[in-house]
Design a protein around this ligand. Structure first.
Ligand code: CA
Length: 233
């Protein structure tokens, strides 16, 4: 799955240049030209990283940042804030609104792309190691294998991707639609009930030896990888 980078920038020429360079790097790009649109776009397609201009029409970058941090889907998303030299860079730093990095305009495009790459790497450190761990469950991305308590567990390809998706964001509750988007992809039409079927299979496979159930069903909301008995590794 390609990481999605959301560009929030009202200067059209800069937005176009950012899109060009990020797509060249192999990222999916979404765009918003003002603060309110940014919140909507992030709702529709939760980004893996955000490039956020500080001076925006309708809602400032600071407020966008706050709103993204309030939502489950975007709480942990890395954000790079863009400020003009004349604008209040120090104030932005001082406000500490939850941006992960700052760049002052004009900036070098290769440097920005490098910082996006670094933030994405830091945001998903487990992917770099090729392993995800949750309690006694180990998902090996390189070997494409899952084990629990040292015992190998056989999973179908969809269950594997579903588990990977949940293990990358433990504790987060996902609706069926979000899981469909994240695991099956936004372009594929599948009945939301299909998610239930695969969750059931995944649960059965994981709980084979009467292990604690790590998938929490949240009534009317969806599913989360969660287990109060076992600490998140
Ligand atoms: Ca601006």
């Amino acid at each position: 799955m390609k990481p999605t980078v959301m560009i929030v920038e009202d200067e059209a020429s800069l937005a176009t240049m950012l899109r060009y360079n990020l797509e060249k790097e192999g990222y999916n790009v979404t765009e918003a030209a003002d603060g309110e649109e940014a919140v909507t776009v992030a709702d529709e397609t939760p980004p893996d990283a955000v490039i956020l201009d500080w001076m925006l029409p309708r809602m400032s970058g600071i407020e966008v940042c706050r709103q993204l941090r309030r939502k489950n889907e975007t709480r942990g998303v890395p954000i790079i804030m863009l400020t003009a030299r004349s604008e209040e860079t120090d104030k932005v730093r001082g406000l500490n609104v939850g941006a992960d990095d700052y760049m002052t305009k004009p900036f070098s495009m290769p440097e920005l792309v490098a910082r996006v790459r670094a933030l994405l790497r830091r945001a998903k450190p487990s992917q770099a190691k090729g392993q995800l761990v949750f309690g006694d469950i180990l998902l090996d991305l390189d070997a494409h294998k899952v084990s629990r308590g040292g015992k190998y567990i056989h999973l179908g390809p969809t269950e594997f991707r579903l588990l990977q998706y949940l293990m990358e964001r433990p504790g987060t509750v996902f609706s069926r639609e979000e899981l469909l988007n994240g695991v099956w992809g936004p372009d594929i039409y599948v009945e939301p009930r299909t998610v239930d079927v695969h969750i059931r299979r995944l649960r059965k496979a994981l709980n084979l030896d009467n292990g604690a159930d790590v998938i929490r069903t949240v009534r009317a909301a969806g599913y989360a990888l969660d287990n109060s008995d076992e600490p998140v590794a």
